[in-house]
Design a protein around this ligand. Sequence first.
Ligand code: AGP
Length: 613
Amino acid sequence: MCGIMGYVGKNDATQVILNGLAKQEYRGYDSAGLALRFDDSIKNIKIVGRVSELKKLVEASDFGGAVPASGMGHTRWATHGGVNVTNAHPHESADGNIVLLHNGIIENAREIRVKLEAEGVVFASDTDTESACQLLAKLYHGGDALPAMTKLCDSLTGAFAFVILIRDRPGEIWCARKGSPLVVAHDGGASYCASDPTALLDYTHDLFFMEEGEIARLTEDGCGFFGFDGSPREKQSIFLQWDSVMADKGHYEHFMRKEIDEQPDVLRLTIEAHTDITSVDMEKTLKLPPGLMSRISRVQFVACGTSYYAALTACNLMESLDDTLNVRADVASEYRYRNIGRGDDTLAIFISQSGETADTLSAARIAKSKGVHRIAITNVRGSTLDREVDHSLLSLAGPEIGVAATKTFTAQVALLSILVLQLLKLRGALSTTDEARLIGGLRSIPTKQQAILARDLDIKALAEKYADSKGFFFIGRRENVPLTLEGALKLKEIAYLPSEAYAAGEMKHGPIAMLDEKLTVVAIVPQNDLREKMLSNVAECRARNAPIILLATDGDDGVKAIGNDVIFVPATEKELFPLLGVVPLQLFAYHVAKTLGRDIDMPRNLAKSVTVE
Ligand code: AGP
């Protein structure tokens, strides 16, 4: 959580920092602030609110014509201390020597604060961050700041990405990373740092992803890296292929809407990169140790939020094709409490759009400590998860800015489906019939998604009709249970409406008591072997006066009399239905949220990348 941007160079730092903050605002948007360095002073400007308001305040400020050549900024997602200007970052030490901003949580902040207060240091805010700032002021005695930085990092427990200005060190920015992401770059005349690579793409695509336990010193001439023990480190940059235009809203009102529309292209790219006309082809993209898949007896899919629903979808597919494997999906934050097994008969697959989700990273580290073989699926090359696992696959969705995941979900599901087929093929557990059937089905998904997107106006009309529902129940069976979870999550996240997801057979075991004419049921009823059972569950809901929206297969006109409204989608292989069914659910949530006037790209209380546990 929290977005960070730092700059040191020859140009006006103000615009670079504001631009970088605007690009990372989805990481947190309770408050915003920046510190600009002038020849003999550092100006600290903070507000409660959005980057656009910070921009107005900065542009109205009179710096006496002086131009800052370095500085740093921050958008906050509050953890310790309420949302107010004092708690906004950057923080300044009582002696005015250190200005510091932070993403993460300092776990021993209270201890440090009590000790420093006993020594007479006066704290201004309620944040954990200020303890690090005041402590660094105590540790720094002038001259080279590296010894003080190493002592600071050694003294702290918890997670941090710091960016620091030191009053008597002009032309320098100091950074440190433990647990929270930080990416650094140099483009000739300037150095930059940010939480997300997207913030740097206007300047360079050659990026240095800071590792755990690393300190960096940025100047206009370059970037120097050190371990927490002060030893210098050589680092290789990673070239990120993303285009800065990809992180631009273009003519769309919201990133989420743009990202929904990008799905056919994203899926085409993802599917073509790993398949042939009728078979999986991951020879080049996934190199596993020989014989690994014959040894494996357990497969675990692990992720959070929407990525977890992608994990559930993959888990269902794998289990349906191979009954000799023990397959399960886990929420990353719970994985640690399970006896996950030990040794090389277990394969764990971690899924994370950002590759920085703290819970997923912890789960992956636990799996490593148990000798479990690890594969990751992430959307961000160079992210922590991408770098830490044994094998990493990229979902090729391009930057996703809307807080609600859309295109990255379908990219994950497509890539996971291909991965499942590849792993089973290596195990000798995939029939050529199933392989050809599912690959053929996958390759037709992008065109079918396009057909659904063309029905947007109908879905919008439905969303407007149902936006005053007091809540929604999503029901489905088997491979469509994860789809109900994702449909409900989208409505919760961006429309703030109570929305629940149930395996349809469970409704009558309790939740059906809630139904009445203001609680809308969205039932997933594709034309498959479970259609009749689903229709019986729908009839039970209808009998309780709940309005019903059905998600059904093109041509299945028989369902029209059963629901109040029907959204039709093209036919596909039953296992692949979530890749189609999710698109109208995304559009529905989007239009409901828009009708209700919600802040769609930056919904309240959320942040795109959850880097605290
Ligand atoms: C999805 O709309 C949410 N933004 C959230 O549930 C997200 O999927 C979750 O936080 C996991 O993020 P990750 O994929 O970056 O790990």
